[in-house]
Design a protein around this ligand. Sequence first.
Ligand code: AMP
Ligand code: ZN
Length: 138
Amino acid sequence: MVDENCIFCKIANGSIPSATVYEDDQFRAILDMGPASKGHTLILPKAHFKDVCDLEEPYASKVLPLGGRIGRAMKKALGCSGFNLVQNNGTSAGQTVFHFHMHVIPRYDGEAPIVTWNPGKVEPEELEETASQIYAEL
Ligand code: AMP
Ligand code: ZN
């Protein structure tokens, strides 16, 4: 359940100190040490899961409501007008710490969005084909 070589296991379970925003028996939420904005928080399960594909109940059902709860609190406490919930899975997706975590990133008026992409172009046939490829594996 806990990986003794994992820094987020140590932080989540309190053996490495952190700026803790929230704690219960399953999660610790901490301030990110390289924040994208003031208040950038990471929600860490106290048990070790590599990524969302590994994340088990009862953690999976609780992490999204907790993200919403922390985001609401950020709006009141910090005056942000919105927040991003970001969760990276795999190196190609930008994951650098391989212990599941969800970012809660406050967004302030006047700042540029941080989760953006350039919309691509795709033909309807390709959408159909891609959708059926994914569907076949579910
Ligand atoms: P990701 O790229 O989704 O794996 O995000 C990893 C995040 O963890 C980055 O935003 C880092 O700044 C943050 N981080 C890494 N080590 C620590 C630490 N010891 N304390 C707080 N935040 C950390
Ligand atoms: Zn871990």
